[in-house]
Design a protein around this ligand. Structure first.
Ligand SMILES: Nc1ncnc2c1ncn2[C@@H]1O[C@H](COP(=O)(O)OP(=O)(O)O)[C@@H](O)[C@H]1O
Ligand SMILES: [Mg+2]
Length: 351
């Protein structure tokens, strides 16, 4: 029997637009002989709308005014499923699985995962706890430090916690001078990330990062190649080969990721076998330590001179278009894009 899958997209997130690209790819490629698909978009202002129009409308905000929407409420009450408020009346649809094609806050941080847990509906990917920890780069580092895997030295700074000059003093003392990287603790897609080459950059960059989150982290600069690994599974893990991102700009920025497309990638990454083996092993250890499920992309740096491996971050809902690193790494291993979607839904339903 076909399973009913609710694909959530958009969201109240600084990565709303990225989610639309992910969702479009999923809707275009999901195997409709296996799944009945119910796309539900969350507008930037937080309204939930069932969307019955063409997936092509998802690459801009056209879907909202397409005339193919109606209010949709996924009920937290077990057994209610999705309640559609259609022009002719209310309709209830039983949902077997939710696929959160959402990135960033209110998507990747445990919020929709919590709704699914309350409703008793399987949800693709990590659960509440792992999602929440992985979303916060400060908490992730604390958990990963238990594994003894190298990470960039860093400090966390709370909005209002100290003034910018004091923060700069601390960063200079602990991180040993510039350049440093400043990031909001909980965004993705390089939103709010900057490289500070001096004290003034630091002060500007910190204020910028704190516009996106109440907490920022400041890291020592690690002069590394960017290596990413895709992991799939609940208990038995499928760990992909290593892929390398070659940024088109000074670092792998939002513009580089989604606007200019100047970056390129190499799959598999050209690394000594012992380095790629170590990275793949670390990726699995980090995934397990955080309690991830379904999927995650685990990102590392490999020092350009010394070859030292440094963990950077983990993404529990990584970019997921057919040209994104996560699917590409498994496609390189012989899985098709629709097959990856099917497997993730199956893993969610296995729980
Ligand atoms: N400590 C660092 N040293 C050097 N480059 C960094 C460092 N931290 C981040 N970067 C650069 O910034 C990019 C975005 O940072 P990242 O931590 O991956 O945040 P996001 O979650 O937004 O992707 C990285 O892909 C890398 O190019
Ligand atoms: Mg990143």
């Amino acid at each position: 029997m076909k399973k009913s899958v609710c694909v959530l997209f958009g969201g109240m997130s600084s990565e709303h637009e990225v989610s639309l690209m992910t969702a479009r790819s999923i809707l275009d490629n999901i195997d409709r002989s296996l799944f009945d698909v119910y796309p539900v978009g969350i507008t930037k202002s937080g309204r939930w709308l069932y969307f019955g129009g063409a997936p092509a409308l998802l690459t801009d905000s056209g879907w909202e005014s397409s005339g193919s929407t109606c209010p949709a409420l996924p009920s937290p009450s077990v057994g209610d499923g999705l309640i559609l408020h259609e022009p002719l009346g209310k309709r209830r649809v039983a949902i077997d699985c939710v696929f959160p094609a959402l990135h960033g806050e209110n998507g990747e941080d445990g919020a929709p995962q919590g709704l699914c847990q309350l409703a008793g509906i399987p949800c693709v990917g990590a659960g509440i706890g792992a999602s929440a920890v992985a979303m916060d780069k400060d908490f992730t580092k604390a958990v990963v430090s238990r594994l003894g895997i190298r990470q960039a030295k860093y400090i966390a700074i709370e909005r209002g916690g100290c003034d910018a000059q004091e923060a700069a003093d601390r960063a200079e003392k602990i991180l040993g001078g510039y350049p440093v990287f400043i990031k909001p603790a909980s965004t993705g897609s390089s939103v709010g990330v900057s490289k500070a080459k001096n004290r003034q950059d630091f002060i500007d960059g910190l204020a910028h990062a704190l516009e996106f989150d109440h907490k920022a982290i400041v890291e020592e600069f690690f002069d590394g190649r960017e290596i990413e690994v895709a992991v799939m599974g609940n208990t038995d893990l499928n760990v992909s080969c290593c892929g390398e991102i070659i940024p088109g700009e000074e670092f792998y920025s939002y513009a580089d990721k989604y606007v200019n497309a100047l970056s390129s990638e190499r799959i598999p990454a050209d690394l000594p076998p012992e380095t790629s083996d170590a990275i793949r092993k670390y990726a699995a250890e980090i995934y397990r330590e955080l309690g991830c499920a379904g999927l995650s992309r685990v990102d590392f740096f490999v020092h350009k001179r010394t070859g030292e491996v440094c963990f950077n971050e983990i993404n529990t809902i990584p970019g997921f278009t057919p040209i994104s690193m996560y699917p590409k790494l498994f496609m390189h291993g012989g899985m098709s894009y629709p097959e990856i979607i099917t497997r993730l839904i199956t893993l969610a339903c296995e729980g």
